[in-house]
Design a protein around this ligand. Structure first.
Ligand code: SAM
Length: 233
């Protein structure tokens, strides 16, 4: 799977792609990444990428021309299999969820546009964007962190990136939040690992984990529990 990220500050993204599981996925050829500096596509001497909004109001808007030129340079490449989707992360988009991540993980090529200031010229959305996605009901100062959140949730679902069984019982995969985890030592600052986890009794462990999942979901996200019960009817 390929990720292309268009940004005015691609250096913010660089370290992420050079570290940990993502770096390994790139090294193994499962993931490919391309960072595009939008400013390289600005035509004027000052490489201007923003301007005042028509109709007045606070802040600046990212100009259409450099973004369009950057997007044209990306989408002129041929995609051999699967599809390409262009995503604009924005607080006014549809909510990005695990289900959306699962849907995007089968695409061949994801193109993400990082907004800044008040956002981007609407005509870029009209002409190029397949999907506007919000990572939550709050406003970040720019789209780089939102793009990384989307990429991170998506690429780990791509075949071969991490072990499949790690994904099955995760929070949000089966509609419930995950059970608690423990590792060595058995006692830490007076707190002991629950006996059942030391018992070696797999059916008991599974039952204990299912109970904890329900309990946690009930306590912090009762909306998810109601939804999971509705869809299992
Ligand atoms: N004026 C915009 C609004 O009220 O919806 C907010 C712009 S925000 C300051 C700048 C950029 O950060 C956005 O264009 C978007 O790319 C990104 N951004 C901020 N919050 C986000 C969120 N919750 N989800 C996805 N992207 C976000």
């Amino acid at each position: 799977m390929k990720f292309t990220v268009l940004s005015l500050f691609p250096e913010i993204l660089q370290a992420y792609f050079e570290s940990s599981i993502m770096a390994k996925a790139i090294e193994r050829g499962i993931v490919d990444v391309e960072l595009v500096n939008i400013r390289d596509f600005a035509a004027d001497r000052h490489r201007t990428c923003d301007d005042a909004p028509y109709g007045g109001g606070p802040g600046m808007v990212m100009k259409a021309e450099p973004l369009a030129a950057a997007l044209d340079s990306v989408v002129s490449e041929v995609v051999n299999t699967g599809g390409r989707r262009t995503v604009f992360p924005t607080p006014s988009g549809r909510l990005f969820t695990q289900q959306v991540a699962q849907r995007l993980a089968v695409e061949e090529h994801l193109v993400l546009i990082c907004g800044r200031y008040e956002g981007i010229d609407q005509r870029i959305i009209d002409l190029y964007v397949d999907e506007e996605l919000s990572i939550g009901d709050y406003v970040l100062s720019s789209g780089e962190i939102a793009s990384l959140a989307i990429i991170d949730a998506v690429y780990r679902l791509v075949d071969g990136v991490i072990r499949g069984e790690s994904l099955i019982e995760e929070s949000h995969s089966a509609g419930l939040l995950e059970y608690p985890h423990y590792t060595r030592p058995e006692v830490f600052r007076g707190l002991k690992v629950p006996d059942v986890l030391l018992s070696g009794h797999h059916a008991e462990i599974e039952r204990w984990r299912a109970e904890r999942m329900r309990e946690k979901t009930m306590a912090v996200r009762p909306d998810l529990l109601a939804e999971s019960e509705r869809t299992s009817d």
